[in-house]
Design a protein around this ligand. Structure first.
Ligand code: C2E
Ligand code: CA
Ligand code: CA
Length: 604
């Protein structure tokens, strides 16, 4: 099991003191682990045909069952208090264990095939499933490993031939056979977790020529250098393989976006093209890469492999030293997205970003009560780029963190500025999921308020439904902290996501924002009108206020007013405008309000 190979942990002398507290380590009596009901103990632990091993949070073995002894050859007394690393076969590399660890840490479980060693030195293959158990505070208390002998035995003597079979002797990289294995495993993993993964197929350009010109020894050195460079271009969790003479492959697991694979491909091409210096000679090597993405370019091992190969051949045909996606449209998309990403990095420092403000009005009085801050990006060549287009890129790259903070600061500064000559208004700022997950979000918001001098009660943060539901406990904590400061919370785009009523009740929310999609058609579409009415009733029954967004027509405003909605936001009164325009709006508010009142009520 993984815990045994924790690289940070040195093998220690067994510390079994805690097990001796109650005499001997007995199920149900260990202070660290309680198996609970006897029936459970009998059926699932003692008599289970699978070997079961239970450790403490440090990975130290607390209990094993009978089957453990028959699979491994170790008696209980020989392993309790020790680390599972006594079973390590030495056939798996650190990367393998690192991945296992990561999965355990992030997902709480790991499942797969592993080679371990019995007491008699025999190496065997087992199917292992590890699950971590947590206490109420969310801290890991135990790991449970369940495994069964996979029946295929490899003796110590044959472990060398295993290495030969699966690893390339020159570069020490896993070979084509192991790629097939891992690919299958990774595809299953990605499928189960609904993740994207990419397969990159690399071929060094004109490598044959290098061998023929400089000799095989130089060729080997070039291959080793390329291997080192390849490894530095990928993340720790990604795997690099050597498939043949000058052919390599890379599996990129859990990629956030399709463009991420292109990004790695670019990095590899750049890194490989730096000349290799051997015996005072500079040798130029370039590489062509084909990319296939799971699941879009192939739903299984073979199709994914073929897609990457075809894409690689196309890259060669295009003149080498380049990469190609299997689907040609992806090349343009990836290039555009990457261009967008790189200009987004500098957008703030180049003063290309602005914050626009859209007024929010009380439906009854038509008074402006607040404004929503909405970011705008004026790209020097591409012109105005919609937030709908760049916010997802900012989210995926993490750039939303500095951008979001910048918007918050800018919005608060303006709100303070406008308070000097006008009635204080509430400024609403959108918070993206990624920002919300930041550990220090609360202190960042606090700093911005302190620095700009805006009172917390004049700030409202807009979050979406799905964001709150992802990790309700964490959400509750963050919202409670923000609320304690006096900040208001609104649920944006309400009705489009998936909300649990009990969470709505538990979360300290102030406002529901009815999504534009319902408001848009509610006059023509009965069911949308019904949804809007229901959301208003729901909000009021939960003691929340309601604002409708995207109000464009008078009839919509009327319907909302008649059904008790307090506020509105939309083109009917004003689209989002620049700070200067917004100030003009405030200055003429009285005049505008009168006009609007007349507009709504003909008899006035
Ligand atoms: P959102 O938060 O739902 O913002 C409302 C969107 O509806 C805005 O689009 C606004 O211009 C538009 N809108 C308002 N009234 C009307 C109307 O009457 N008719 C129509 N057709 N549209 C109306 P915008 O400014 O393009 O922003 C799009 C989305 O981008 C926002 O949706 C929000 O999710 C995101 N966004 C904008 N600024 C920020 C920001 O600073 N941070 C984050 N995280 N997201 C932002
Ligand atoms: Ca919003
Ligand atoms: Ca919205």
């Amino acid at each position: 099991m993984t815990k045994m190979n924790n690289p940070d942990k040195k093998e220690q002398q067994p510390d079994t003191a805690h097990l001796k507290k109650n005499g001997k380590a007995k199920a149900g009596s260990s202070p660290e682990f309680n198996l609970g009901e006897n029936a459970f103990y009998d059926i699932f632990f003692k008599k289970a045909p699978e070997a079961i091993l239970i450790t403490d949070s440090e990975g130290k073995i607390l209990m094993v069952n009978k089957s453990f002894a028959s699979v491994t050859g170790y008696k209980k007394s020989e392993v309790v208090g020790k680390y599972p690393s006594i079973l390590k076969s030495g056939l798996l590399d650190d990367k393998f264990y690192y991945k296992m660890w990561r999965s355990l840490k992030n997902k709480g479980s790991w499942r797969g095939e592993i080679f371990n060693k019995r007491k008699n030195g025999e190496i065997y293959q087992e199917w292992l499933s590890i699950t971590s158990l947590k206490n109420k505070k969310g801290e890991i208390t135990n790991y449970i490993g369940i495994f069964a002998d996979a029946q295929s035995r490899i003796t110590q003597k044959t472990s060398e031939s295993f290495n030969k079979q699966y690893y390339d002797p020159l570069t020490k990289l896993p070979n084509r056979l192991l790629l097939q294995d891992r690919l299958e495993f990774m595809i299953n993993h990605a499928r189960r977790n609904n993740e994207l993964m990419a397969l990159l197929m690399l071929d060094l350009d004109r490598f044959k020529l290098i061998n023929e010109t400089f000799g095989y020894e130089v060729g080997d050195t070039v291959l080793k250098t390329m291997t080192e460079r390849l490894i530095t271009c990928v993340r720790d969790v990604d795997a690099v393989f050597r498939l043949g003479a000058d052919e390599f492959a890379v599996i990129l697991e859990e990629i956030a976006r399709l463009e991420d694979a292109a990004k790695v491909a670019r990095r590899i091409i750049e890194s490989c093209s730096v000349p290799v210096e051997i015996n005072g000679q500079e040798i130029y090597v370039t590489t062509s890469i084909g990319i296939s993405i799971f699941p879009t370019d192939g739903d299984g091992k073979a199709p994914l492999f073929q897609s990457a190969e075809k894409a690689m051949i196309r890259a060669k045909e295009m003149g080498s030293n380049t990469y190609q996606h299997y689907k040609p449209a992806m090349n343009t998309r990836a290039a555009e997205q990457l261009a967008l990403e790189s200009s987004l990095r500098n957008a703030i420092s180049r003063d290309e970003m602005f914050v626009y403000f859209q007024p929010q009005l009380e439906l009854k009085s038509k008074n402006i009560t607040g404004m929503e801050a909405l970011i705008r990006w004026k790209h020097p060549e591409m012109g105005m780029i919609s937030p709908a287009q760049f916010i997802p890129v900012a989210e995926a790259t993490g750039l939303i963190i500095p951008i979001g903070e910048w918007v918050l600061r800018n919005a608060c500064e303006h709100a303070v500025e406008w308070q000097k000559d006008h009635k204080p208004l509430v400024i609403s700022v959108n918070l993206s999921a990624r920002q919300f997950q930041q550990q220090d979000l609360v202190s960042i918001v606090k700093n911005v308020l302190d620095e700009t001098g805006l009172e917390a009660k004049y700030l409202e943060l807009e979050i979406t439904e799905s964001l709150g539901m992802k990790n309700p406990e964490q959400t509750l904590k963050t919202l409670t902290d923000l609320k304690a400061m006096g900040i208001k919370i609104a649920i944006d785009d309400f009705g489009t996501g998936y909300s649990s009523l009990s969470y709505l009740k538990r979360f300290p929310i102030d406002t529901l924002k009815i999504d534009r999609s319902f408001v848009m058609d509610m006059i023509e579409d009965q069911s949308d009108a019904h949804i809007v009415k229901t959301i208003i009733t729901l909000a009021h029954s939960l003691d929340l206020s309601v604002i409708a967004e995207g109000v464009e027509k008078e009839a919509q405003a009327q319907y909302l007013l008649e059904n008790g909605c307090e506020k509105m936001q939309g083109y009917l009164f004003s689209p989002p405008v620049s700070a200067a325009e917004f100030l003009k709006l405030l200055n003429t508010q009285n005049k505008d309000t009168m006009q609007l009142v007349n507009y709504f009520c003909d008899d006035l």
